[in-house]
Design a protein around this ligand. Structure first.
Ligand code: FAD
Length: 480
């Protein structure tokens, strides 16, 4: 009997994997990963994502080998590779996990037709989300545009089914050829800008499990209070694991619920946490129904917004040299670890798009390249939320003041001192606003403005007025 091919993508795990479980029930399984860098393969993965992918594929291969199987890795156009592996192994079916990214449905149906020509069936399974986009509908049967209504409707559905375990895997009679992933140059070498990433992350299913367990033990209880504090480890840091599908959202949901049932002190934190998982679901829901989300505004009037492209401002922001410590700390944390705290993402993004009027797409692209959790749905939704152009977005008049945000969420300056050490000597009252310090205070802290640390790239008050005036032109356009 020919084997089933399971094509892994953003579902790099063995447990609670519907496609793998179904294939294992049928007989021998060939686990396959295709690195598709052709034009038809969708938007290419960013640099930090590629670093993660390298580790995740290694981890998946190891886990498969300890189950008597292995991961076949091939590079090329997805359809061609799958057809060729199917031919070589005389496979009888191919199974995939459903994708929601733009163009995914078209790519899946092209694959289905190509395999059908050889008499091979393509089976698609869920697994990346708690609820499929079609399951959550408004009373009129349409998609939701507002998070609260979306999450209320989703919460009324049957709760996510119990996760499945790791299936027993039967190897095929003979293995098809596989390429060593070391040759794919996924991880950077010269320069190795990801050198510090392994201090912060361990890609793979075991790393994801460990992260979730540690979060439940140490941070779930106070999640509601601490999730906005970049100076404490108050969030789960599961985002890259969830993005690469190393843990299923169903497993996360059930573990969090079980922990809260066992210890009522965790209940409040659990509810807030699952709501954040809900925001992830909502981003995918919106991306599925509005596939232009990563490129153009959800609210069409924003296409007329008077953005001001400016390569110098963008570069200063990317380098963490804006003169606003909380923003600079975030961009440097991002560069050194591949991750940035959510509150800081919001402040940094607001400074780029509202204070500097640089188009949100420029920030989206930078995050896409530098975040280990770069995710088409969450990243586009996050940027459009901040810009005010998204579904259920922040209102246009909410323009973050980076100094007061810093003082509120990093009150002792621990976070900015860690990532912007050149201002560490300032007292807590000034560490978020070095430009407010007197000459003596600066000297005491060893700072020379514009030499050792920049003055603010833009005056917040003026920038705020300019942004409000720019937003007013949208309103005037609509009225006129
Ligand atoms: P936790 O607080 O522990 O949350 C648990 C999980 O819930 C996260 O892992 C994530 O999957 C989900 N989640 C949390 N907050 C959000 C949110 N606001 N929107 C959607 N899902 C959420 N998240 C990404 O996964 N990839 C991105 O590319 C991404 N880009 C962003 C860009 C901007 C401008 C902004 C403002 C937010 C972005 N986010 C993105 C959302 C959020 O910042 C991260 O999911 C979160 O910081 C990840 O850290 P965590 O796992 O510790 O989160």
């Amino acid at each position: 009997m020919g084997p089933s091919i399971v094509v892994f993508s953003l579902d790099l795990r063995l447990s609670d994997h519907a496609a793998l479980t179904a294939a294992a029930r049928e007989g021998p399984v060939v686990p396959l990963f295709v690195l598709d860098e052709t034009e038809t393969g969708g938007r290419p993965m960013g640099g930090a994502g590629r670093w993660w992918l390298h580790g995740s594929l290694q981890a998946l291969d190891q886990a498969l080998r300890s189950s008597g199987s292995r991961l076949i890795c091939r590079r090329g156009a997805t359809v061609d590779v799958i057809r060729s592996v199917a031919k070589a192994t005389e496979a009888r079916s191919v199974r995939i996990t459903r994708a929601y990214e733009p163009g995914a449905a078209g790519r899946e149906s092209a694959l289905k037709s190509a395999l059908a020509m050889n008499g091979i069936g393509l089976h698609r399974h869920g697994g990346r989300l708690l609820f499929e986009p079609e399951q959550v509908r408004t009373n009129d049967g349409g998609p939701f545009k507002v998070f609260t209504a979306f999450w209320r409707a989703a919460s009324r559905l049957d709760p996510p089914a119990r996760p499945q375990g790791v299936p027993d895997l039967t190897p095929p009679d003979r293995w098809p050829a596989s390429e060593p992933i070391e040759r794919w140059d996924l991880a950077p070498k010269r320069p190795n800008w990801a050198a510090a990433f392994p201090d912060h992350w361990s890609p793979g299913e075991a790393g994801a499990e460990a992260r979730l367990a540690a979060f439940i033990d140490s941070a779930l209880r106070d999640y509601g209070d601490n999730r906005n504090r970049p100076d404490v480890v108050g969030t789960s840091r599961l985002s890259p694991h969830l993005h690469f599908g190393e843990i299923s959202p169903r497993v996360v949901w059930h573990r969090i619920m079980a922990a809260a049932e066992a210890d009522p002190r965790l209940q409040a934190g659990a509810e807030v946490y699952l709501r954040e998982i809900g925001w992830r679901e909502f981003s995918f829901h919106v991306l599925h129904h509005w596939p232009h989300l990563p490129e153009s505004p959800f609210r069409p009037e924003f296409a007329r917004f008077p953005w001001q492209e400016d390569a110098d401002l963008l570069r200063a922001w990317q380098k963490g040299a804006t003169g606003y410590p909380i923003v600079d700390a975030g961009l440097r944390e991002l560069w050194q670890t591949g991750w940035m705290h959510n509150r800081v993402r919001m402040i940094a993004a607001s400074v780029l798009v509202k204070s500097l009027l640089v188009p949100w797409q420029a920030g989206e692209r930078w995050f896409w390249d530098t975040l280990v959790d770069a995710d088409m749905a969450n990243n586009a939704a996050g940027w459009q939320w901040v810009a005010g152009s998204g579904a259920d977005a922040a209102p246009y008049f909410r323009i973050f003041n980076p100094v007061s945000q810093g003082r509120k969420f990093d009150p002792e300056g621990t976070y900015v001192r860690r990532w912007v050490p050149e201002i560490a000597g300032l007292p807590d009252t000034l560490v978020h606003a070095p430009f407010e310090a007197t000459a003596v205070e600066l000297e005491d802290a060893g700072i020379r403005l514009d030499r050792t640390y920049p003055r603010p790239i833009v005056d917040h008050k003026l920038a705020r007025e300019r942004a409000l005036a720019a937003f007013a032109t949208l309103k005037a356009g609509r009225e006129g």
